[in-house]
Design a binder for this molecule. Structure first.
Ligand code: NAP
Length: 250
């Protein structure tokens, strides 16, 4: 059988029922990893498992609300039990929110932080403890260009991505010497369910397309994640910014 770059490796991906997470699960599985796919929508996860198995890959679905610490801990234990060990964890589940401090829906602020920051940080901590103990691994965190520049259309959401980017860099410094690579992937505009979930005004995506040209697809980010985690152990791409070619800002 042909050797694949991630043969013998295992990965857990959050937010795998759609968009970047779904594409990343397919990409890592096609590179030979056994994958645990998690999200809230069980039927979509099961379709993904079937799609991976149809290509002779191995996958397990676990329903997870990634903003809930109890569920994160339970799914973590189930995943380690199934996989034996976890080499790669992609901390991807997240959601956007239209508007800045004045114009966004403040009733959603807590949930945004519970998912994009606290849930993500708890999973990063579990993954880092596990990987330090086993002597290495990859933690890939989805940041955003809105987590490095102030977004003109989703500034409050962007603040959650600034926070998790800072937490990821703090973790990188804590575990770099233990062969654990913590990478932040910062996408520009990727067409997915994200825009509807964030509550962006209708037509915004079309306006971006007119201004920036072809926008990114989830597979464009998934390929980059596959590239990052398949580097030799002494090479760490600390962070990576991926924009549609025509996107100047954010
Ligand atoms: N799209 C962009 O332009 C863009 C740009 C920069 C960064 N990002 C970041 O990239 C990541 C993925 O975005 P995407 O574009 O793939 O978005 P998406 O298409 O909306 O997918 C989001 C995924 O997260 C899951 N999710 C949402 N809330 C969850 C919760 N409480 N618990 C568990 N899973 C949850 C969703 O699954 P369920 O609903 O089934 O739970 C879905 O699988 C996010 O962190 C986002 O902030 C996106």
């Amino acid at each position: 059988m042909k050797h694949k770059p991630l043969s013998g490796r295992t990965a857990l991906i959050t937010g795998a029922s759609a968009g970047i997470g779904y594409a990343t699960a397919e990409e890592l599985a096609s590179m030979g990893a056994r994958v645990v796919v998690t999200a809230r929508r069980s039927p979509l996860l099961h379709s993904l498992v079937q799609a991976i198995e149809a290509k002779k890959g191995e996958a397990k679905a676990c329903v997870l609300d990634a903003s809930n610490l109890e569920q994160i801990m339970r799914v973590w234990e189930q995943s380690v039990a199934w996989a034996g060990k976890l080499d790669t964890v992609v901390v991807n589940a997240g959601r956007g929110l239209a508007g800045g401090l004045l114009s966004s829906d403040a009733s959603q602020w807590e949930q945004i932080y519970k998912l994009n920051v606290l849930g993500a940080a708890h999973l990063m901590r579990l993954a880092a403890e596990h990987m330090v103990q086993k002597g290495g691994g990859d933690i890939v965190v989805l940041g955003s260009v809105s987590g490095m520049n102030i977004s003109p259309f989703s500034g409050f959401y962007g603040s959650s991505k600034f926070a998790i980017t800072a937490a990821a860099e703090a973790l990188r410094r804590e575990v770099a010497a233990k062969s654990v690579r913590v990478t932040v992937v910062k996408p520009g505009i990727v067409l997915s369910e994200f825009q509807d979930q964030a509550g962006y005004e209708p037509g915004l995506a079309e306006n971006w397309q007119a201004k920036f040209g072809k926008l990114l697809e989830p597979q464009d980010i998934a390929r980059a994640i596959g590239f990052v985690v398949s580097q030799p152990p002494h090479v760490h791409i600390n962070d990576i910014v991926i924009r549609p070619t025509g996107q100047d800002y954010p």
